[in-house]
Design a protein around this ligand. Structure first.
Ligand code: NAP
Ligand code: MG
Length: 476
């Protein structure tokens, strides 16, 4: 084991205001009926700033601004003009990427290595990719002149705040819609920085509006009669409520919800690579990943050896200051999420699974949970069925490929899966049978704007990214 000296990224590049308003019609405005609340750094519990929980009148004002911008400006612009704005936004994201990465890490708790090397490059890539589509929609396969829907109301979670914003805003603007977006309660700051990027890009006022707040603000937005399209990423529970409240309305809806992915390792897999894939599958972003490989299915004949190698690898993971460039595991995003992870892990023990964590010192302040592995897990255990959304892996075994498929699909979710084997034919055989929107082969948690992402069953419906993702924002 190496000793590392601290290598903190400087936070002097970010300039956090003591308070923020709402971004409506191209300006930061004071709320009409909203009230202030604080956002904290989950690694230290330090209060970072005060933001607004927008009220119904604020949401109404934002939707009206988006409507006006849609009718008077954005829907009339030729695609190549919209594309120019998106290219400009993409370049500004790249120019300000260090600042945005530091800000994301401070507000969310994720390691700077991840916000810098994964989140931010993907955010820029999403804007570049969709900028390219803006003037080519006639060739996307949705007819010669596909039309936008109007005003999109978009609600996103806290696990990839700026990346989820990009997944929502980029396709909406490329296809000619305008946007009102609500970031998650605990991670509003990069969305507010994005508001500044819209201003810098001289995006016409009202094309993008950002209303911060909690669940009530989200509900006011998705239920607003002036919204034509609702795009939601979050929990299955809230997704269900939204589906219910929108039923019978003319609004178009896409839902990107939870997951409980199986990561399946066969006996012919390259074991060290598989170990890296398992670690990346469940400990990336503290396991706050909808498509996390939270169920490891390992073939019985190699289970012992694989687990030994996995445990050895987990002893080398470094947990701590998310701004430190050597940190692998950062902070849990909130006290509420930490409580949920603790509760489900305790239930895992009570139900008879065996719990293991590497020796690991947790900082005194902030919200922390050590990387955790449960063995002896059965399919009936709650830790094998429910989404924990934390750094907790449940290990199950199988004997035959058919049993692997059976167990992998034995979940109400269907977002992603992983297959580790040397045989190409087995990868294809598995991919045809796994009921999951994304199947990774000999890798895990890889994302690309050209590749559609989305779920089956209780993981939601609709796709984001790729040509498929455009459809959700077009009147087809
Ligand atoms: P959540 O509680 O469902 O919240 C998601 C967003 O909805 C937040 O902005 C939230 O506001 C808002 N919200 C809460 N109640 C609402 C309501 N009644 N109407 C409208 N909006 C409402 O989920 P979360 O805990 O933040 O995020 C974790 C979940 O997201 C996990 O289940 C994860 O799997 C899923 N996820 C899915 C994907 C995907 O692509 N499939 C990607 C990332 C995450 P607050 O912030 O105030 O709660
Ligand atoms: Mg925060």
């Amino acid at each position: 084991m190496f000793e590392y000296a601290p290598a903190p990224e400087s936070r002097s590049i970010v300039d956090i205001a003591p308070s923020y308003g709402l971004f409506i019609d191209g300006e930061m405005v004071d709320p009409i009926d909203g009230h202030p609340f604080k956002t904290v750094n989950p690694a230290t519990e330090e209060v970072l700033s005060e933001v607004v929980a927008a009220g119904p009148a604020d949401v109404d004002r934002a939707v009206a601004a988006a409507r006006r911008a849609y009718e008077e400006v954005w829907s009339r612009l030729p695609g190549r003009e919209r594309g120019k704005y998106l290219f400009r936004i993409a370049r500004l994201v790249q120019e300000r990427s260090r600042e945005l990465a530091v800000l994301e890490t401070i507000d969310n708790g994720k390691p700077i290595r991840e916000s810098r090397d994964v989140d931010l490059p993907l955010v820029a890539a999403h804007f570049f990719y969709h900028a390219g589509w803006a003037d080519k929609l006639a060739y996307a396969g949705f007819g010669p002149d596909p039309r936008p829907l109007g005003v999109a109301g978009q609600v996103i979670p806290w696990n990839f705040p700026l990346l989820m914003l990009a997944w929502k805003v980029a396709p909406a603007l490329a296809t000619g819609n305008t946007v009102v977006l609500k970031p998650a309660e605990t991670t509003p700051l990069t969305a507010l920085a994005f508001a500044d990027i819209c201003r810098q890009a001289e995006l016409p006022p009202g094309v993008v509006n950002i209303v911060t707040g909690a669940g009530d603000t989200g509900r006011a937005l998705v239920e607003h009669p002036g919204v034509d399209k609702v795009a939601f990423t979050g929990s299955t529970e809230v997704g269900r409520q939204i589906a219910r409240s929108l039923a019978g309305s003319r609004k178009k809806l896409t839902l990107e919800l939870g997951g409980k992915a199986a990561n399946v390792v066969f006996d012919d897999a390259p074991l060290d690579q598989a170990v890296e894939g398992i670690v990346n599958g469940i400990f990336f972003n503290q396991g706050h990943v909808c498509c996390a490989g939270s169920r490891l299915l390992v073939q019985e004949s190699i289970a012992e050896e694989l687990l030994e190698r996995l445990k050895r690898r987990l002893r080398t993971l470094r947990l701590g200051d998310p701004l430190d460039k050597n940190t692998d595991i950062g902070a849990i995003n909130s006290q509420a999420q930490l409580d949920k992870i603790r509760t489900l892990s305790e239930i895992g023990e009570q139900e008879g699974a065996e719990r293991w964590s590497p020796p690991c010192e947790l900082p005194e302040r902030g919200y922390w949970f050590p990387p955790t592995v449960f063995t002896g897990v059965s399919q009936a255990h709650r830790i094998a069925r429910e989404e924990i959304f934390g750094p907790v892996l449940s290990v199950l075994t199988f004997r035959t490929p058919a049993e692997a498929v059976e167990k992998a699909n034995n979940t109400p979710y269907g977002l992603s899966a992983g297959v580790w084997t040397e045989k190409g034919s087995r990868i294809l055989w598995m991919a045809q049978r796994l009921r999951a929107g994304v199947v990774w082969a000999n890798t895990f948690n890889r994302f690309d704007p050209t590749s559609p992402f989305g779920g089956y069953k209780e993981s939601g419906f609709g796709r984001e990214g790729g040509r498929h993702g455009l459809e959700a924002y077009l009147d087809v």
